[in-house]
Design a protein around this ligand. Structure first.
Ligand code: ZN
Length: 474
């Protein structure tokens, strides 16, 4: 049973992968036969409910396109708000079928009315006007009919007339309008040799993102994309991006793509050097309890944190990666020499055996003017640690510590827990819990950059771990 369904599933996948245009189930028009020259484009638009037939099931391919119909088809393609409503035009009332699209398209400057305040919704569209409408709707940025016509010809969207002209003053049939509109939306339908240019790169920022054959959820799913996948973007149809992934082309909703180019994001993050400072080392064991030494616990946790950071474009440097001794001034000198962007020192506490909990520090000093940044960093780290370890929250505190005072970058020191306290010690002693602490520190660092530096495009890094940004601090 299981095997049969798997084979069946594979067949479905293959069918979807190889069909250029989605299968249109049960969709027919009485007047569009199998061999109609615009059949593919008309059904492509009908699938997305961009173009409709009449109630009798006719598409009327040879009828002219009115200005109202053109506004509605373009509006549906862009998923504009088509709810019928009052308009700024004296001849389009709120009960006109296209009033919402006409008003919205006018507001966006895609279509304009006439000087006398009318829109003339029933006036047929001529080819030159159509070229200008398409240029404005899809942001080809032509400002004249001549420029727009040339552009549509050069992009493989429109063909000239038999006499070689564009026929700018000729009225346009519904079937021709459908062909031009479908080719504008989906570059795979353009005339041969007119490839879309995929000149932007973006990260996918969510898992299981549907990759579709058209710019709405009405279109079939060609595949799935996951967080951190890099895709190439050619253009946008409303909120939908026309992308290329693994040499397949199609649409994804742009809300799930990074706002910045992949190379720009990577460039920004590569320039951020994060200094991680495992406390103590060698002859300085730090605190101890139940046979556990602070220097070992914090080194292991820091290396686990380094591993998280090395899976991201951030540049990470540890002050020590072995059991070696470093003076406090050497730790600061290391951070300064490496042009650290932030500094995080990792420690464990000790007191009287009964004290318990996690705390984080920052400091204000003449050297370190990054007080607000340091406090924000400490707070994001503290919140994530409390969340992950669930020890008592001893808070974010100001403390005069050498590595916080002498550094000239946002700096925080975290005390994971009390090594001489039995329950805190149990977590410090566990590789599994140290992994959780490292992940918490990593997420705290992301929170700092996401909120404090406003790097919203690192959301994909959270997604990689199935996490999401914390709440922003006030
Ligand atoms: Zn310490």
């Amino acid at each position: 049973m299981r095997r049969i369904s798997q084979v069946f599933g594979l067949c479905i996948t293959l069918i979807l992968a190889f069909s250029l245009v989605p299968e249109v189930h049960g969709m027919t028009f009485n007047d569009i036969g199998e061999s109609h020259r615009a059949k593919e484009e008309i059904f492509y638009l009908a699938t997305g409910k961009i173009a409709n037939g009449d109630l009798a099931g006719n598409f009327k391919p040879n009828s002219t396109v009115t200005r109202a119909e053109a506004a509605a088809m373009i509006g549906r393609a862009l998923q504009l708000d088509g709810d019928q409503r009052a308009t700024e035009f004296n001849d389009v009332g709120s009960n006109h079928f296209a009033s919402g699209y006409i008003q919205e398209a006018a507001k966006l400057g895609i279509i304009t009315g006439y000087r006398d305040g009318s829109f003339q919704p029933d006036k047929p569209v001529v080819r030159g006007e159509m070229a200008l409408l398409i240029s404005r709707a899809f942001e080809y940025n032509s400002t004249t009919i001549t420029a727009a016509s040339h552009q549509l010809l050069s992009m493989g969207i429109a063909q000239g007339m038999a006499d070689g002209s564009f026929g700018a003053k000729e009225s346009i049939k519904r079937s021709d309008f459908a062909v031009f509109l479908a080719r504008s939306i989906n570059a795979e339908m353009r005339l041969l040799g007119q490839e879309a240019s995929f000149n932007k790169s973006r990260y996918v920022t969510t898992n299981n993102l549907n990759f579709r054959s058209g710019p709405s959820t009405l279109y079939s799913i060609k595949g799935k994309l996951n967080s951190s996948d890099k895709v190439k973007v050619a253009y946008y149809i409303g909120e939908w991006a026309y992308i290329e992934s693994n040499s397949k082309q199609g649409f994804v909703h742009s809300a799930y793509l990074s706002k910045t180019d992949v190379t720009d994001i990577e460039g920004i993050l590569k320039n951020k050097t994060l200094i991680i400072d495992p406390g103590h080392g060698d002859q300085d064991p730090g605190a101890s309890g139940y046979g556990l030494l602070e220097k070992n616990v914090v080194l292991d946790t820091s290396i686990r944190l380094k591993n998280y950071l090395e899976d991201s474009p951030f540049n990470v440097k540890l002050t020590r990666e072995k059991d070696v001794f470093l003076e406090l001034w050497e730790r600061v000198a290391f951070a300064e020499e490496n042009n650290g962007d932030i500094f995080i020192s990792v420690h464990a506490n000790a007191f009287n055996g009964s004290a318990t909990g996690t705390e984080s520090y920052y400091y204000r000093s003449a050297n370190n003017s990054y007080v607000k940044e340091s406090k924000a960093l400490a707070t994001y780290l503290q919140n994530r640690l409390i969340n992950a370890w669930n020890l008592s929250d001893r808070g974010v505190k100001e403390k005069n510590l050498h590595v916080l005072r002498e550094n000239s970058m946002p700096a925080s020191l975290v005390e994971l827990g009390f090594i001489d306290n039995k329950s805190d010690n149990a977590k410090l002693a566990s590789a599994e819990w140290r992994q959780k602490a490292a992940k918490a520190l990593y997420l705290g660092i992301l929170d700092y950059y996401y909120h404090y530096e406003g790097l919203k495009d690192i959301s994909y890094l959270y997604e990689n771990l199935g996490a999401s940004p914390s709440k922003k601090l006030h």
